[in-house]
Design a protein. Sequence first.
Length: 525
Amino acid sequence: MPGVEETRAEIRFALSQLSAQNRHHEFEHLARALARMTISVNIIPATGPVAAGGDQGRDFETYRSELPEQVQLLGRELGIRDEDGVGFCCTLQQDNVSSKFAEDVATMASKGTQLSFVVAYCEANVPTAARHRLQERVSAEYDIHVEVFDGTAISELLAQRHTFWIAEQYLHLSARVMPANPDRPEWYEADLDRWRSDDEPLISMGQFVDLAGCLRYATSHREAVEDLPFWIAKMEPLLDGTPLLIKRKAQYELVVARLRGLGDMRPVDPLAADFIESALETDEAPVLRDAAVLLMYCIGARARGVTAHSDERLMTWNRQLTDLVQVLLGHDPTPSRRCALLDVLATLKLQPDLDAIRESGATYALGPSVPRWSTADWNAAVSSGAVRLVDVLAVDRTGALDALAELVTYLDQAPLFPVSTIAEELRLRATQLVDDSRYDAIVMAIDGRSAKVEGGHATAERARDRAITFLNAGRLLESLRDIHRARSGWFSGENSRGMLLSAFTREHGSRRHISTRWRSSHTCT
């Protein structure tokens, strides 16, 4: 596998061959694809023969779009906004390139839509001084900022993993030329290549599921975040002209990807609002569950200052969803449906009460940055004490436990109802809920069902993780109780002792420290 510099050199050589063979159209296609990946998504090619001036000096340009966040990362770094008009020009001309671009800008400025920026691509290298003179001249004469990407700059952009496919497609590179492969699974790389070459319209649930898996991976893994704009652009067409079920799922995935992957929910605030508002008109428990989770994302985004939704609106949604679920529970649902609705109700009641927090004089504010972790990573971080849950005023913590206490009484009548999500929630919130007298009975009932479905090993690990959570919080008696459950409930003999000691030693770095607690636990039993 070649290094970065070797990859850049191979691409730079291939670009020079475009000029030598006068392959202007291929260079224009390459530049347009690169601009879409790095500058702005909303780009269309200009029409009309170049020689006749039919393109008004623009090889391609942006078009007005009501969709937010069309400008890509590099475009934002250049200062381009979604509402700015951007013209693009490209040339394989070798001499007087700055003069050629100055003429193109003059033509663009005199015709067509108003432009704020011009991005120019060329194969020939442009000296820094010449580029600066061009920028000063264009700014003074037309109040337009021009940015030039020459052969060297283009090579650097194309040598990145998420844009390298452009070089492969238009430069016909040798197979040995490939940027260093990050630590990503083979299935993801294969799916990424397949989706990049697939221009068929998305219409089916099967296509959505395939695409959503890739989007979720890129959202939660740092090594794939560079692909997020591509996956988001692939998912967005599902928002229009598809069945409501697919549209809702696409809305959900896009909101989560924007928030967790790119750190900003504001571009998809309307999608979150539409999802939650439409959920208020349904009686489907899975949709209501997704709405409750999406609302929690909105509340977290509010705490980080990355959503325009107000406290009042978020709490109104919480109350409306809660009222709807309680109405549906009054319709004497089947045991399985009742469990699903009670699960949603508990989720809503455990959410932060923004009104009560404000009235108490406290401030619910979190740091703007969010680690790009998978759900498993977050769970592990909480268990190890690397991340501390913020204990804030909840909507109705007692009511949430009321709902869960009722839910577990129906589990025998709902043998297929999944409880793994509830089990994880009880583990993550263990220190917040444990002082309620019903918590322990609820945990035991959920663990019993988990053991039947997932097996004793998984349930014992969850009990062990609760023990670590309690230990980190200084709740030693509760920690010992869950150690005992893990040991006596689903493990036996020296294997259990070794597993638990190993886990605790890994978390706390001292076998003596943990062995003391183990002996105390053993004495208590």
